[in-house]
Design a protein around this ligand. Structure first.
Ligand code: ADP
Ligand code: MG
Length: 492
């Protein structure tokens, strides 16, 4: 007896800000599907094609988005905190959940086409570490809407660490690892303690940090500026349409040149008639490119220091760095990591573009009982944001602090602050400020039927529970009034 990992696979999808990938579990470990152009990644872009009156998804959509940005949506992942807002595309409106589901569906269909009789048991989708419960729930909803059976959600760095862990299965040691993820739109750092006993493998998140507006797109823009300058392009007096076209072409050549410069010391950029009578014919060196993005790398340097400090560690304590994300192929990344952590600590035997999808399928196989590991995988994550309620005068009263290990549960006792009140609205917030006005309201629990007492006489006991998937439930208990209310936070 064995699982049919080909026809009835368990899948993992990395739904990235700029690129996505899909993998399945196989007896030999995770296997990533290819798209028809034999590439392993799909642009996370949806474009509404008015001529065909239908949405296009993926790399083709990305191409069209460059010349017709009004009909395209790039980076929908950044809008998942408001999953039901309306986005206009062409003459239609879509929500972020719908757009995400189109991307997931598209990626899934390519996998489906590779295998006759394809009938997966389920899928695990990844989300960034800092995603709130609401954002994760919306992502899961997008996958259900795409017709996928969601086995679970896993955070990207945890998935990457799992992909690393499975590689090292025989020689796993206890160590501190840093997942360094530099993608298209964001920079994410996560420090784990990794322990391997004969019963279980534990991943414990010690600290996270990053910048959600730092990545490959910024490098493309910086290089485009440099190219404009070196080629002495004159963009004065262009119509809006011409300007869009030139910028689109510039972004495209910049991205291509940037990627080549990860392997070559220099590259030629040749683009005749980018504007009537104006040509690009220049050479760009890796050195020039790297200087143009120096400020971003300096920022990353500071963020690395901060995450090590947050984890109460010193640089020498980091045993291993796992590079994730397409932009981590830029050689300057190795340079800063070598200087800071040590060259021999950078783990090279894992694909930075694919390990998140791979890790998701490993987790899927684990949830589905397919891995013949006798060990348990224990993932101890931590909350990325504090959770609490509004206490008097707009103050944020924290129940679960940020960076607290999950699952966890905290109870605090409050009391009424007005006389004889029978009803109460308890506002729930997530955030890091002492004032609720700077935080995000994630729900309200209405309590009615309180016994009429003077202010301060009734004890109101509030419990926040958070599970490993970062789902939150809140319980309110008022003994004398015989009230017990449990709510899964309906994140709105
Ligand atoms: P996401 O942020 O969606 O998770 P990826 O991790 O796939 O995306 O990263 C995509 C980014 O990686 C893009 O900006 C792309 O240009 C960049 N990239 C891919 N390959 C290379 C390379 N060889 N050198 C530099 N950047 C690269
Ligand atoms: Mg990514």
């Amino acid at each position: 007896m064995r699982y049919d990992n080909e026809k009835k696979p368990v899948l993992g999808i990395d739904l990235g800000t700029t690129y996505s990938a899909i993998s399945r579990w196989s007896e030999k470990g995770p296997k990533v599907y290819q798209n028809p152009r034999r590439e392993y990644t799909w642009a996370s872009v949806v474009y509404y094609d008015e001529r065909q009156d239908k949405p296009l998804v993926g790399n083709l959509a990305l191409k069209r988005s460059l010349i017709d940005p009004e009909n395209a949506i790039i980076g929908v992942k950044r809008m998942m905190d408001n999953g039901r807002q309306k986005i206009r595309l062409g003459n239609k409106e879509f929500t972020p959940i719908e757009i995400s589901s189109m991307i997931l569906r598209d990626v899934y269909e390519y996998a489906e086409k590779t295998t006759p009789g394809f009938d997966p048991t389920g899928v695990v989708v990844t989300v960034p570490y800092y995603f709130t419960s609401l954002q994760s729930t919306n992502t899961s909803e997008a996958a259900s809407l795409a017709g996928l059976n969601v086995l679970g959600i896993i955070q990207e760095p945890v998935a990457a660490a799992l992909a690393y862990g499975i590689h090292m299965e025989d020689s796993l040691q206890d160590e501190i690892i840093m997942v360094f993820d530099l993608g298209g739109g964001t920079f994410d750092l996560t420090v784990f303690r990794f322990t391997n006993s004969n019963k279980k493998i534990t991943f414990e998140v010690l600290a996270t940090s990053g910048d959600d507006r730092l990545g490959g797109l910024d490098f493309d823009a910086a290089l485009a500026e440099l190219i404009k300058e070196k080629a002495s392009l004159n963009l004065k007096g262009l119509s809006k349409e011409e300007e869009l076209k030139v910028n689109a072409a510039l972004m495209e050549v910049s991205k291509e040149a940037k990627e080549i410069l990860s392997y070559e010391e220099f590259t030629d950029i040749i683009k005749p008639n980018i504007l009537q009578g104006q040509h690009i014919e220049i050479e760009i060196t890796r050195q020039e490119f790297e200087s143009s993005v120096d400020k971003y790398f300096m920022k990353m340097d500071t963020i690395i220091d901060s995450v090590i400090e947050k984890a109460s560690l010193s640089r020498n304590d980091i045993n291993r760095v796992i590079k994730v994300g397409g932009s981590s192929r830029i050689p300057k990344t190795d340079e800063i990591l070598s200087k800071k952590i040590g060259q021999n600590k950078i783990y090279g035997d894992i694909d930075p573009d694919l390990c998140v999808a791979q890790g998701a399928s490993i987790y899927g196989a684990f949830l589905d009982g397919r891995i013949d590991w006798t060990k348990e995988i224990d993932i101890k994550t931590a909350t990325a944001h504090a959770l609490g309620i509004e206490a008097a005068k707009g103050q944020f009263s924290v129940l679960i602090p940020s960076n607290r290990q999950t699952p966890c549960e905290v109870t605090k006792v409050y009391t009424t602050d007005t006389d004889y009140c029978e009803e109460l609205d308890i506002d729930l917030y997530q955030g890091s400020s002492k004032l609720i006005k700077n935080n995000k309201r994630i729900g309200t629990i209405h309590v009615s039927g309180l016994q009429k007492r003077a202010a301060g006489e009734l004890d109101i006991q509030i419990t926040f529970r958070i599970n490993q998937q970062q789902s939150v439930s809140v319980t309110v208990v008022q003994k004398e009034s015989n009230i017990k209310k449990v709510e899964n936070v309906k994140l709105t």
